[in-house]
Design a protein around this ligand. Structure first.
Ligand SMILES: [Zn+2]
Length: 125
């Protein structure tokens, strides 16, 4: 399942980026998802709950920022956003074009941490 493997990926990336010297919990994760990435938000939310269970991300909020698709039009010689992600035509001059420059993102943009309530013994906040 596409969304589930994506969710596990996100968990892996965030956990890999956590500072190792203290216990943290993740409060929220912000994803950038391209409109061409064919991610179903509901399925992703469900997969996220499954993938985060028992990890530092459990109970965190998943926020998804959708990145609009954009192509480089050879005729206009510029990158233009596509109003319709299924129609690969330049919206300005109507040239068919599949030189995709944006919209396939699947990446963790940022995440918010909070320190775990149970600080390690002797540790100073
Ligand atoms: Zn054009």
């Amino acid at each position: 399942v596409h969304e589930l493997s994506l969710a596990y990926n996100v968990v892996e990336i965030v956990i890999g980026a956590l500072p190792k010297d203290r216990a943290f919990r993740v409060r929220s994760v912000r994803l950038r998802v391209g409109s061409l990435a064919a991610v179903v938000p509901e399925a992703l939310n469900f997969a996220y709950d499954v993938a985060t269970e028992g990890t530092a991300l459990e109970g965190s909020t998943l926020q998804v920022a959708v990145v609009p698709a954009a192509i480089h039009c050879p005729r206009c010689d510029r990158v233009v956003e596509l109003p319709n992600a299924h129609l690969f035509c330049c919206p300005i001059c109507d040239t068919p074009c599949a030189d995709i420059r944006q919209g396939q993102e699947l990446e963790v943009e940022s995440f918010e941490l909070e320190e775990d309530g149970e600080a390690p013994p002797g540790g100073q906040a």
